[in-house]
Design a protein around this ligand. Structure first.
Ligand code: GLN
Length: 312
């Protein structure tokens, strides 16, 4: 079935209305001051179809940080920089069933490598693999890749969120130093963390996220120009991790209820990728106990049901 833009626009507006949060349910992230200020009644959705058409509704002007959504971006880059063999020598391919910042399985698994690149430990390990001569060059490379995916040269990172992350990162530091001890990561741990905090603090809006999702949906090609931004097999690996691990330890339930490869972040953003069809950007900052956007997940569930978007 082909999806008409005007019908999609109309239905998206209806769904936004239906799922508009009242601010009572869920909790905005509180681990850093900069995220605590988010308005829990905000909800926005953008859809980028594969010819680049734009469908949007809700608070689409709000900007938010990528947080864990950036893990997909750096995974794609590491796969291109070093190849599959090198990446999977340092990080596994299995879901954990644990919270995203859990340290437990790093200790008990042998070898002591993180189970997958979508949890914090795995993402920090992936970031350590990125090419570039210093932290600044690495951050610049990530930023220019994100700008290219989103086709938005104005994208930068939020200095306040970055500083806050730096100051409150004891658990991420613990994960990183643990991995350094076991030679999962090499080099200066603080430098690796610095790049990781900056990638988490990259600031986007819903449309940027939808655009990025559309590149993955389009097998690594720019939806408007057809230009190859990443090889098809890289896009495929990323999408597969989004299915198995993208919604933290709620990925199984999300696969059943929504069935769309997706990656969430603690800012309340969700990037959805409907293969061969569309990229979706969602924002609503009130989170459930696993760290996923409450209204965002519900909206995606309705959207998937209404349009038959489940890949299964
Ligand atoms: N900056 C966050 C952290 O590392 C990102 C995690 C997330 O979005 N779940 O703790």
């Amino acid at each position: 079935e082909t999806i008409s833009v005007s019908r999609l626009q109309h239905e998206l507006e209806e769904l936004l209305h239906e799922h508009r949060p009242d601010g009572q349910e869920g909790q905005v992230a509180e681990y850093i001051p900069a995220l605590k200020q988010a308005n829990p009644t905000h909800l926005a959705a953008s859809i980028c179809l594969l010819a680049g058409e734009q469908v949007q509704a809700g608070d689409v002007d709000i900007r938010f940080t990528m947080q864990s959504m950036s893990k997909v971006i750096t995974l794609a880059m590491a796969l291109m920089d070093c190849g599959e063999a090198c990446v999977f020598e340092k990080v596994g391919m299995e879901p954990t069933g644990d919270p995203f910042n859990s340290i437990m399985k790093l200790e008990i698994m042998r070898p002591n490598k993180p189970l997958n690149p979508m949890i914090n430990a795995g993402a920090i390990a992936v970031t350590s693999l990125l090419h570039g001569s210093g932290t600044e060059e690495k951050v610049e490379r990530i930023l220019s890749f994100v700008r290219r995916l989103a086709r938005n040269p104005a994208i930068g990172f939020n200095e306040d969120v970055y500083r806050s992350e730096q100051e409150t990162a004891d658990l991420n530091r613990a994960l990183a130093y643990f991995m350094k001890q076991y030679e999962v990561i090499e080099g200066d741990v603080e430098d690796v963390l610095d790049v990781y905090f900056k990638q988490c603090a990259i600031e986007v809006n819903c449309w940027d996220v939808a655009r990025i999702g559309a590149v993955f949906a389009n097998r690594g090609r720019d939806p408007e120009t057809g230009e190859v931004i990443m090889p098809e097999h890289v896009a495929k690996i990323c999408k597969t991790f989004m299915v198995t691990c993208g919604m933290y330890n709620a990925s199984g339930e999300f696969a059943i209820r929504v069935g769309i490869p997706a990656k969430s972040g603690v800012s309340g953003g969700i990037m959805g990728v409907v293969p061969h069809c569309m990229g979706i950007g969602i924002y609503s900052p009130a989170l459930d106990e696993k760290g996923n956007s409450v209204a965002g997940v519900r909206l995606l569930q309705s959207l998937s049901a209404r349009w038959g978007l489940s890949i299964f």
